[in-house]
Design a protein around this ligand. Structure first.
Ligand SMILES: C[S@@+](CC[C@H](N)C(=O)[O-])C[C@H]1O[C@@H](n2cnc3c(N)ncnc32)[C@H](O)[C@@H]1O
Length: 375
């Protein structure tokens, strides 16, 4: 039996698929990333398509109507089959939905070692950690935020702008202010993503007027805030009455294949004196009940907490080790050591032994939270 090419417009499937996609572009208010069909070819923007498919999946999970679900299954199957390959990772996410009922201010400055990104750290962070660890979650968070159709967005702890770019791709008409505590991050982020307005700001002391944003977002930043209720109170202040705060926090260290492999290697190489940064900061805010109570203390209420697990793909274990050792606050503690080079080689070897040579994949779990003003 001859195999028919799926995308040959003469068999009608491609045309039907694109008409189908147009219906759901209108419904979601999002671009799918597919261009027009010309001479049997259709260009696509993979980043926009990833956000679009994630938004479809979210809407699908939220409906229990039998007819909608049956129609959804068709369109999602079609979309997913187009996404296979490079972008399969994001849609292969497993999502479990859980709904929870809904201090004193400690100011921070970038001198606090666990919060400091200086000099070339943002470059190493962007090159070695963002593609594998942060970009997959940026697409997932952007999809959840984009369905809210915000016009004015504020991003906290934006880093080099992984989420900034995903949001601006999904919502090109939105105005976006991206902020970060560290000047080096703001410099790197603004060079990489000039569509946003960049500004240095401590999330606990926001230099913005009351009620000026429809959406405040923060990807993997809240764990760094020493006084989270104070930061959340600032979010409540700058958020419009119907606004939403969408943010993410990593799950436990054990539920993150890359972070766990790195911290284990570090602790084996430096028994009793390994920097506890990963264990205590990025993976130190994992309890949704604590998040809910911090939000409540700030006048917000938790509307949704969704735990998701995505596979990260890195070019090698060595690249991930380089990212942690040069692009995170771990570097400050290690680079001053006389044995820094030997240590880096030993950590890299242990990570490679555990994860394998060449491209490596690991599951990573995080929770995406949505909060709003208390009723
Ligand atoms: C793990 S990075 C995440 C960056 C970015 N959101 C991403 O997804 O790639 C954490 C970021 O938090 C920023 N940060 C730490 N403390 C902060 C504070 N008090 N206010 C604002 N940003 C802060 C750091 O400068 C860093 O860029």
């Amino acid at each position: 039996m001859a195999v028919k090419p799926v995308w040959n417009p003469s068999i009608g499937a491609a045309g039907l698929f694109l008409r189908h996609v147009a219906v759901f572009e209108a419904e979601l208010g999002l671009a799918s990333g597919f261009g027009p069909m010309e001479n049997d070819e259709c260009r696509m923007n993979p980043a926009a398509f990833e956000v679009f498919v994630n938004a479809l999946l979210i809407q699908h999970r939220r409906t229990s109507h039998a007819t909608f679900r049956a129609l959804d299954e068709l369109r999602i199957a079609g979309s997913i089959s187009s996404l296979r390959g490079r972008h399969e990772m994001a849609v292969a996410a497993t999502a479990r939905r859980r709904i929870f009922p809904g201090s004193t201010l400690r100011r921070v400055n970038a001198d606090d070692a666990n919060r400091r990104w200086t000099a070339s750290m943002p470059e190493a962070y962007e090159r070695h950690l963002v593609p594998a660890l942060f970009r997959p979650f940026a697409a997932a968070l952007a999809a959840r935020a984009a369905v809210l159709r915000p016009g004015r967005i504020l991003e906290l702890a934006a880093g080099t702008g992984a989420l900034t770019s995903a949001l601006l791709t999904a919502l090109p008409e939105a105005s976006m202010v991206a902020t970060d505590l560290n000047e080096a991050m703001v410099t790197a982020g603004s060079a990489r993503e000039p569509r946003a307005h960049w500004q240095q700001a401590d999330a606990q002391q926001l230099p913005f007027e009351d009620g000026g944003f429809d959406l405040v977002v923060c990807q993997f930043g809240v764990m760094f805030f020493p006084d989270r209720p104070a930061a959340y109170a600032e979010v409540a202040r700058v958020l419009a009455p119907q606004g939403r705060f969408v943010f993410s926090s990593w799950g436990t260290l054990a539920a993150h294949g890359f972070d766990d492999a790195f911290q284990t290697a570090l602790e084996e190489c430096l028994p009793g004196e390994a920097p506890p940064f990963l264990r205590e900061v990025p993976h130190g805010y994992t309890d949704p009940a604590l998040v809910a109570s911090d939000l409540t203390a700030a006048g917000l209420s938790l509307a949704d907490a969704e735990e998701i697990t995505l596979d990260g793909v890195a070019e090698s274990a060595a690249s991930v080790a380089t990212g942690f050792l040069n692009g995170t606050p771990v570097s400050a503690a290690l680079q001053a050591r006389p044995d820094a080079e030997t240590l880096q080689a030993a950590v890299t070897r242990k990570m490679t032994d555990r994860l394998g040579p060449g491209p490596v994949t690991a599951p990573m779990t995080a929770t995406i939270y949505t909060a709003r003003h208390q009723a």
